[in-house]
Design a protein around this ligand. Structure first.
Ligand SMILES: [Cu+2]
Length: 65
């Protein structure tokens, strides 16, 4: 299980956007985004480059910190 910190989420819409972005990355499964903690957790079924994760989250409008 991998945990990342995400900056900029304020509501359930943000949670959905980040969840969708992470689910769209190859190798990532079981995404769970926690709004109150500002965190996302997921499982890597294959190694995922963190720069791809950061880019995907950024494209959705948020930032991995
Ligand atoms: Cu929002």
């Amino acid at each position: 299980m991998t945990t990342i910190k995400i900056k900029g989420m304020t509501c359930s819409h943000c949670v959905m956007a980040v969840t969708k972005a992470l689910n769209g990355i190859e190798g990532i499964q079981k995404v769970n985004v926690d709004l109150s903690e500002g965190e996302a957790t997921f499982e890597e079924v294959q190694p995922v480059d963190m720069s791809i994760v950061k880019e995907g989250v950024k494209k959705a409008g948020y930032e991995v910190i």
